[in-house]
Ligand binder design. Structure first.
Ligand code: MG
Length: 441
């Protein structure tokens, strides 16, 4: 008969206003849920999921645990569609339970989302679950490194969660319990702050599971505590499988006797390589007025949670598309505002401006070139147009317009001069004919 000992810790962290993580630790069943949603929806989601799993689970087998998680998903979807304030709520769910597998004890593990289960065995730490997050997918596909994933700005985007859709794929494992093994269930607020080496060292150093859980939460807070932190440490303290058991003495991977995981196929198969699309949530900063709901730092059913608000992928993509269109629109406006010319008036002179008459948004026209033409010289037929601004696509076109104006002015001046000349030219003098002299007599 396998016997387990455990300790738990959870904390709001140092940034979030409330703790939306929930945890469960009863004999034989342990879970961590990390809720998401506006107002208090994340807290409701994680709490409701944990309660449902607890109520639905029996130790009959791994399938029962998987079905309990499926039921929790349906309960969340029904609740969020019935209550407008809870629309869009969701939660991760990572759970382990002692079950019967063909007459033998087994540890059943289920996972949806980016909370994790680790196994510390012979001092080595192994992550059992796979994260259902965008960065984890990109990392598994070899498109980013683990170092890039750790600081990726979109590392809060989940590709699976409970409460989002009526059907959800639940990953499951069945593991042989071995005396001396230590399991750790945690939310991302722990592993995003405490790197694996330190996590392992702490788990090796502190024998008491409660002390280990508390110390891990303390370390996460010390590192920044930017999210809610939840940790459940479970030790296998007694049972049929000692380290002398052939199967038990192998690597942690060798102890996994059954695995059913969807990997990324369910979410990304239909999406182009460079445009992963799914209906999964995006986490953004919590609203400032999140309600605080601390209920004790240690102990079973300590339910906590920072306000996590996640939007759907669809909304995220729409926002990106909208911003792109806005950016292109603004670019066109800026381009148009800077790359067009007009002939107008500055003071009493005709000049060429760069820009549009009156300006475009915040872009005022700039003086590009003076013409030397006085407004008073502009022919009457062109005066109104020049005063309101004659738009030309290029500087050369604007210069041509000004040259044309100059020609008109010159022509008008010549005509005037000619006319003046003709009117002021004195009439030919009448040359008096000298009287003919009388011929000599
Ligand atoms: Mg979290």
């Amino acid at each position: 008969m396998t016997r387990l000992a455990w300790g738990v810790a959870t904390d709001t962290g140092r940034v979030r206003q409330a703790n939306e993580d929930s945890l469960l630790a009863i004999d034989g069943l342990f879970a961590v849920a990390d809720g998401m949603g506006g107002h208090n929806a994340g807290e409701v989601a994680s709490h409701l999921a944990i309660e449902t799993v607890r109520d639905e689970f029996t130790a009959a087998g791994t399938d029962v645990l998987v079905e309990a998680v499926q039921t929790a998903n349906r309960v969340l979807v029904a609740r969020s569609s019935a209550d407008a304030e809870l629309t869009g709520m969701g939660t991760t769910m990572c759970a382990m339970a002692l079950v019967d597998a063909d007459g033998r004890d087994a540890i059943a593990v289920v996972n949806v989302g980016d909370s994790r289960l680790y196994l510390l065995s012979d001092g080595d730490l192994t992550q059992i679950t796979e994260d259902h997050s965008l960065v984890a997918t990109l990392e598994r596909q070899g498109r980013i490194s683990s170092a890039e994933a750790a600081v990726h700005p979109q590392r809060n985007i989940l590709t699976r969660a409970l409460g989002i859709d009526t059907s959800v794929m639940v990953d499951s494992w069945e593991i042989l319990p071995v005396v001396g093994d230590r399991y750790v269930l945690c939310s991302d607020g722990l592993f995003n702050e405490v790197e694996d080496g330190r996590l392992a060292a702490t788990l090796r150093r502190l024998a008491d599971p409660g002390e280990a859980a508390s110390e891990l939460v303390r370390l996460a807070n010390e590192a920044g505590g930017r999210d809610n932190i939840t940790c459940v440490v479970v030790d296998v303290v007694d049972g049929a499988n000692g380290s002398d058991d052939a199967l038990a003495s192998g690597t942690p991977a060798a102890r996994v006797t059954a695995t059913r995981t969807g990997g990324d196929a369910d979410l990304f198969a239909a999406a182009p390589v460079d445009a992963p699309v799914s209906d999964e949530p995006v986490e953004v900063e919590p609203p400032p007025a999140a309600k605080r709901s601390r209920r004790g730092r240690r102990g079973a059913h300590a339910l906590e949670g920072p306000r996590r608000r996640r939007l759907t992928w669809r909304v995220g993509l729409f926002a990106v598309a909208f911003l792109a269109i806005l950016g292109v629109g603004l670019g066109v406006i800026v381009w148009a505002g800077n790359n067009t010319y007009y002939v107008g008036v500055s003071g009493d002179e005709v000049v060429i401006f760069r820009g549009r008459p009156g300006g475009v948004l915040w872009i005022d026209p700039e003086l590009a070139e003076a013409s030397g033409i006085r407004v008073a010289e502009v022919p009457a037929a062109s005066l109104d147009a020049v005063r309101s601004g004659v738009e030309e696509p290029t500087l050369a076109d604007a210069q041509r317009y000004v040259d044309n104006l100059r020609d008109q002015i010159a022509e008008a001046t010549t005509t005037t001069t000619t006319s003046t000349t003709s009117t002021t030219t004195p009439a030919p003098a009448v040359v008096p004919v000298p009287p003919a002299e009388a011929p000599p007599a």
